[in-house]
Design a protein around this ligand. Structure first.
Ligand SMILES: Cc1ncc(COP(=O)(O)O)c(C=O)c1O
Length: 444
């Protein structure tokens, strides 16, 4: 839009095309230009655009009961969606708290763990251990729990500086002579060391993404990592929060991303795909023992926002999750996801600037390097991440480039999170467009 606009844009000096229409796998701007949506924005549009079932559910809900504050009433969509999510969690009795976005869901998780420990008579357990290269949200609490340096730096010392450990990131940290399983255990043991160093009685929770999304570019953990993390948390009485804002809701081929890893977190957060972008919605699922603590001690849980459990947001979420189930879309996530990995490898694995192609389900990424042998990243001055975004938009492709996977701002990757309705023909289209993008950015 023009610089006459009154909008305070995200990029204050940037101009953006106006999105006028969206349909299935595509978004169209004000000039009629078509964009293939291969990242659902930031892993949001899991059903693609304009899915008739979700649109209908939303219209019906708004006509029937548009809003009733959840301090006064419950509503049918939130009841049904909570039941559905709880039924998908491996342990019965989980309870679900609905908010409007990922940051709110994680902020809710932080408040849950602090108030849980107060209720248990251990108010000294306050610190949240997270991992470097992590992003858990943009509120002061969730940014404090995030390791992403560029995002933290601009906030100066306003943020709380909680302890962090390295992520489980085999491409950069696994040693040559180390098996995947040995690396998984070694990476997890960093948590044990950190808890001991800080004192277990000061630690409230550990938070991590089961598959790291934007901060590293789709990095699943090494086998056994999360099982060992669970053991360590149990040994020290620390709560475990799985941030599945990006990787959950079926994105990696199981409804919850932690299902692949065979562990149960105490709290799981979901957003983005949960209402597929049709409404702002997020969820914080707490295991039975967490919820019961608030009930049995009489402490209650002090929290809330005006739009907690919003009926039309939950109606959209319910329609999205039911559609994923009824259309058996996780099967498509797995099969088209596998096709996508092979297609990306066949097209680009040999390129000198491609370090790694990885992911799970319909959640994939390419990490770029200046030198494949040493894995040295491109210099910051080359602005690879920004140029990838620009070139993608130019070629009518929506994907999600990111930086900082090596250290601070160094390292670049491109993330793909296509809608679960994607077909192999869309992946072929992606490969064609990416070739043009790489020609522009890497002078292929
Ligand atoms: C893993 C993760 N957690 C939390 C958030 C914050 O979510 P939101 O932007 O909806 O506040 C994001 C957003 O990208 C995310 O990727």
């Amino acid at each position: 839009m023009s610089d006459q606009s009154s909008v305070f844009y995200r990029g204050v000096t940037q101009t953006y095309p106006t999105a006028k229409k969206s349909d299935g796998m595509y978004i169209f701007d004000h000039t009629g230009k078509q964009y293939l949506d291969m990242s659902g924005g930031a892993a949001v549009s899991c059903l693609g655009h304009g899915h008739p079932r979700v649109v209908q559910a939303l219209c019906d809900q708004i006509k029937t009961m548009s809003f009733a504050h959840t301090a006064f009433f419950s509503n049918e969509p939130q009841e049904k969606l909570a039941d559905l999510l709880a039924s998908k969690f491996a342990e019965p009795g989980a309870k679900v708290y609905f908010t409007s976005g990922g940051s709110e869901a994680n902020e809710t998780a932080l408040k849950l763990v602090w108030q849980y420990w107060r209720a248990k008579g251990q108010p000294g357990r306050k610190k949240i251990i997270s991992r470097t290269h992590s992003y858990h949200g943009n509120t002061l609490g969730t940014l404090s729990a995030s390791g992403n340096l560029p995002r933290r730096r601009v906030m100066g010392d306003v943020l709380i500086d909680w302890p962090r450990i390295d992520p489980c990131y085999a491409y950069r940290y696994q040693q040559d002579n180390e098996s995947d399983a040995d690396y998984g255990v070694r990476a997890a043991n960093a948590l044990d060391a950190k808890i001991r160093e800080e004192g277990a009685d000061t630690i409230a929770a550990f938070i991590a993404e089961p598959v790291v999304g934007a901060s590293l570019g789709v990095v699943p953990a090494a086998p056994g990592y999360f099982k060992r993390i669970r053991e360590i948390c149990d040994a020290h009485g620390v709560l475990l929060i799985a941030d599945e804002i990006m990787c959950g809701t079926g994105r990696t081929g199981t409804f919850f991303a932690h299902e692949h890893e065979g562990f149960l977190p105490d709290i799981v957060t979901l957003a983005k795909g949960i209402a597929g972008g049709y409404q702002p919605l997020a969820a914080t699922l707490a295991r039975r023992h967490v919820h019961e603590t608030f009930v049995q001690t009489g402490a209650g849980f002090s929290h809330g926002h005006t739009y907690v459990g919003h009926a039309s947001a939950c109606a959209a979420g319910l329609a999205v999750v039911q559609t994923i189930d009824d259309e058996n879309l996780l099967q498509n996530v797995n099969s088209v996801g596998a096709y996508m990995q092979t297609a990306l490898e066949e097209a680009f694995a040999d390129r000198p600037y491609v370090g790694d192609i990885r992911g799970r389900g319909l959640f994939r990424a390419i990490e770029f390097v200046a030198d494949r042998q040493s894995k040295k990243p491109f210099a910051d001055e080359l602005k690879i991440t920004g140029r990838l975004k620009q070139a993608s938009m130019k070629h009518g492709l929506i994907c999600y480039p990111g930086g900082g996977s090596m250290q601070d701002t160094l390292g670049s990757h491109i993330l793909f999170a296509p809608p679960f309705i994607a077909k192999t023909a869309h992946i072929d289209q992606l490969i064609g467009k990416l070739s043009l993008v790489f020609e522009d950015v890497f002078d292929d």
